[in-house]
Design a protein around this ligand. Structure first.
Ligand code: HEC
Length: 221
């Protein structure tokens, strides 16, 4: 099981680096400062109690996508590490022209599992939305649009208490928010999430600004 190996690697890393480093790691649990992206809150709680057992629920990983000053980046290797949770097809302007964009959404390790349990996104959870231009072609299934050129990424990171970077215009309403043009995964073009994001996410206020209805992986069936 993946959970077991995560626990094992965290525990062995902790023991190898010694008590001092372990204490340091535990102290650095706030998002963006942790050394180990798979360190989970549950495991940290376990370690804090001084227990070396590996029991306990695996909760969402705290992902490091922020440079400590609140500037986000697109997480490395997310297509392999994250879980694909669902997609959106934006209809073309002319009837029958297929979809003009396809959006594919990924959630950081453990995020979907913990959402299914609690109905909440835990602090440190990251969502990545890829935006693709499409090609629409006649195939044996009909008129089909598929993802073609990647335009860029929307990245959000959960900060439910708005504690991570108060006053930073990329952070607020329970999240850090940024867009990245294809070709630059580290420098956002977003200036202020109020203007650049919020207007369009208000309809999803009741679900913490996430359009959860589009994600099969966040539903029980
Ligand atoms: C033009 C309106 C619009 C703007 C502007 C916008 N969003 Fe969204 N966003 C949406 C809609 C609608 C969805 C879900 C449907 C879709 O993708 O078409 C979505 C989905 C997302 C998702 C996937 C998770 C979810 O909420 O379902 C992320 C991540 C995201 N947006 C981040 C951002 C960030 C960060 C910004 C600002 C930099 C932003 N968005 C700006 C409309 C918008």
């Amino acid at each position: 099981m993946q959970g077991t190996s995560i626990v094992a690697s965290v525990l062995s890393a902790a023991f190898l680096t010694g008590a001092g480093a372990l204490a340091a790691t535990l102290g650095e649990r706030t998002r963006g400062n942790g050394d180990d992206p798979v360190m989970t809150l549950a495991i940290m709680a376990q370690l804090e109690k001084g227990g070396a057992t590996v029991a306990g629920p695996i909760t969402a990983a705290v992902e490091k996508v922020d440079d400590g000053k609140g500037n986000l980046h697109v997480p490395e290797n997310y297509r392999a590490r994250y879980r694909f949770i669902g997609s959106w097809a934006v209809a073309g302007d002319d009837k029958g022209s297929g979809s003009k964009e396809i959006h594919t959404v990924y959630a950081s390790p453990g995020a979907a599992e913990s959402y299914l349990k609690t109905g909440q996104f835990e602090d440190g959870v990251v969502l990545v939305k890829e935006v693709f231009e499409t090609k629409t072609v006649d195939m044996t299934t009909g008129t089909v649009s598929h993802a073609d050129k990647l335009k860029g990424w929307f990245v959000m990171v959960r900060d439910s208490k708005n504690a991570a970077h108060p006053g930073n215009p990329l952070w607020g309403d329970g999240w850090g928010w940024s867009w990245f043009d294809y070709g630059n995964t580290t420098k956002t073009t977003t200036i202020d999430y109020h203007n650049d994001c919020m207007g369009c996410h208000i309809p999803a206020t009741s679900t913490d600004f996430i359009y959860v209805g589009g994600y099969p992986a966040l539903k029980r069936r």
